[in-house]
Design a protein around this ligand. Sequence first.
Ligand SMILES: C[S@@+](CC[C@H](N)C(=O)[O-])C[C@H]1O[C@@H](n2cnc3c(N)ncnc32)[C@H](O)[C@@H]1O
Length: 224
Amino acid sequence: MRQMFDGIAGTYDLLNHLLSAGVDILWRRWTVDALDLKAGWWILDLATGTADLGLEAAARDPGVRVVGADLSLPMLRRGNKKQKRKSGQLFLLCGDAQRLPFPDARFHAVTIGFGVRNFSDLTAGLHEILRVLRPGGRLAILEFSRPRAFLLSRAYLFYFRFILPGIGRLVSRNPLAYRYLYESVMRFPEGEAFRTRLTQTGFLEPVERRLTLGIATLYLASKP
Ligand SMILES: C[S@@+](CC[C@H](N)C(=O)[O-])C[C@H]1O[C@@H](n2cnc3c(N)ncnc32)[C@H](O)[C@@H]1O
């Protein structure tokens, strides 16, 4: 997993924007909007990758401090380069979302953009998030999902399965990463199944907002 992301770090941002026609930028903006950030808050952006979601949160308010954590150093290095051109307080660290080096109840909010699907142990990852959130702390998870409308889902799945991996392979020169993307989205317990996982972990009232015809979903929940 880490090696795969190390290998595509150089082209990750370009392909994100290209393959989603730039809509991924809006999705991250809506994710941060949903948190209603306040000055003085500490935010943890897990699986931060090249830090687009962390940078979006940090830019909202100079009083917000964001910690971005990821397994892949090359992804973090790209994020670090971008950080120098942007405003806000963002601190990047290399670490595993399933074993976080933070005390209990440290963060006011946790965000994850297109990362939770990659956790090798989803249960452990969700329990770690609950542990490091303060009581009342908020969770916002942005993840790909499968459109439900019949015709759209056929067309989208064709694109996602056959066209996207080809473009991904050409640009990133990695034969597996964008096929893995399709396979991991098909496997992920999305929608109600994921909300149930959140409830079982101990999160309060998880809700989902389907974005852009259900290509992505934003899950929101809080710690009791
Ligand atoms: C698809 S990228 C998402 C990057 C970014 N959040 C975004 O919005 O584009 C997934 C990231 O998850 C990271 N990742 C996967 N498993 C992880 C784990 N257990 N702990 C921390 N990061 C992880 C990968 O290294 C990769 O950078």
